[in-house]
Design a protein around this ligand. Structure first.
Ligand SMILES: [Zn+2]
Length: 422
């Protein structure tokens, strides 16, 4: 590999990457080179030659992918976004964040190519005392606004627009799958939130964990589900109804695996040579949780991640867009790192490896209207991930990270590692 010594490659987001297999966000193409200028993909083709001003990177026959998009995360600090980028996640779609924290993270990461980019729901719409209010009791979040009744909906949505929310998160949760009872939004409030969100130009995405709440969300007209349900298997017509409604779904399989007592699958590759050294101590500890501090619990009878796997398989068959999302939250899981486990889980649920990759690239970009990323094509941002091997043949090849670029600027993984591992 030439020209990747840090001074040159960190100088500007212009380079030529050659000798790669290109996964463009949908499929492997015939192309073998990608030219980037000023952070934007200028040309994708075969045998592109460099002009003298360009750094050339020999991709060594590896696979070049669009930077990965994690469609369900929770940022707790700006550093989460640097951690995510160290594992090839170039965009995080945050699904609940308090107003002050969101402002702080945005201010401290603005214009920085050494952090993943962030989109956020800001404060999600929840019933007073409902999920995730327990995080306030636990001291994780400061108190946040909730929606008690239909007459509070318009003001709540206006406040989200004012705080810079990129979409509206609506939490449908009665505690059933946790084995508790919590206050939940009334169906009429859910419907009013969808109407108000749409009127404000926001996509609406629902947290659900039961089949009944998924049905309610779909009937209310949401654009997408931020989880699949785990209380029972999908009805025979569920996937068709989801397809007819035109929604997208982020199943979050691995968080459910951990939650319902299945293995935390990323613990199995915590010492992967291309991943393990870049895990900061706190993230590493959360991947191998202390049994006393774990959020794992014995779920109520019948609650199982297997229902979410079955639902994912059915949605795939029905052609519903499936997005890869980890529900990553510091202290409980590792930003970026966990997406490699979710990709493998999606394959276990019946997606082809290429479909799983699409779920972390072109599909979330399309679902969230991020037309500037998610694909390797001229005009899109040069958020790129270079791995050894072919992840469309073996999804675990996403872990074989060689290089990461955000807007054409190479991420210095060694500097990232040395910051916590001297
Ligand atoms: Zn979440």
């Amino acid at each position: 590999m030439t020209g990747v010594d840090s001074d040159d490659s960190l100088r500007a987001g212009s380079l030529l990457i050659t000798n790669v297999r290109v996964f463009d966000g949908v499929e492997i193409t015939e192309d073998d080179s990608v030219l980037v200028r000023d952070g934007v993909i200028e040309q994708v083709g075969i045998g592109i030659t460099a002009t003298p001003d360009l750094i050339t990177v020999d991709g060594g026959g590896g696979t070049l992918l669009p930077g990965l998009i994690d469609a369900h995360t929770h940022v707790t600090a700006a550093s989460d976004l640097a951690i995510a980028l160290a594992f090839g996640v170039t965009t995080e779609l945050d699904m609940f964040c308090t107003t002050e924290l969101l402002a702080e993270v945005r201010t401290s990461t603005r214009g920085r190519t050494d952090h993943a980019d962030l989109r956020s729901a800001g404060v999600g719409a929840a019933a007073p005392g409902g999920h995730p209010s327990q995080l306030v009791q636990w001291g994780i979040y400061p108190a946040f606004p909730t929606v008690a009744s239909i007459d509070q909906v318009d003001a709540f949505v206006a406040d989200r627009v004012a705080e810079g929310a990129d979409y509206l998160k609506i939490l449908l949760e009665d505690g059933q799958t946790f084995g508790i009872e919590t206050p939940a939004l009334e169906p009429e409030v859910v419907r009013a939130l969808v109407v108000a969100g749409r009127a404000a130009g926001l996509l609406t995405i629902s947290h659900v964990s039961t089949h009944a709440d998924a049905d309610l969300a779909i009937d209310a007209g949401v654009d997408g589900l931020a989880h699949l349900f785990i209380d029972r298997p999908p009805d025979a017509d569920f996937a068709r109804r989801a397809a007819d409604a035109g929604i997208f779904v982020t199943p979050t399989l691995t968080v459910f695996e951990a939650f319902t007592g299945g293995a935390r699958r990323e613990a199995a590759f915590v010492d992967h040579p291309r991943l393990g050294p870049y895990l900061d101590p706190r993230s590493r500890a959360s991947v191998i949780p202390d049994p006393d501090q774990s959020f794992q619990m014995t779920p109520p009878a019948g609650v199982s991640h297997e229902h979410a796997f079955a639902g994912t398989a059915a949605l795939r068959q029905a052609g519903v867009p499936i997005l890869a999302g980890t529900d990553a939250a510091t202290g409980r899981s590792a930003h970026g790192f966990c997406l490699h486990a979710e990709l493998a889980a999606l394959v276990d649920a019946g997606l082809s490896p290429a479909e799983a990759l699409r779920a972390a690239t072109a599909a979330p970009a399309e679902a969230f209207g991020l037309a500037d990323r998610g694909r390797i094509e001229a005009g899109r941002s040069a958020d790129l991930l270079l791995v050894d091997g072919d992840p469309t043949a073996d999804i675990t090849a996403t872990r074989e990270i060689r290089e990461i670029w955000r807007q054409g600027v190479r991420f210095d993984r060694e500097a990232h590692r040395k910051a916590f591992n001297v």
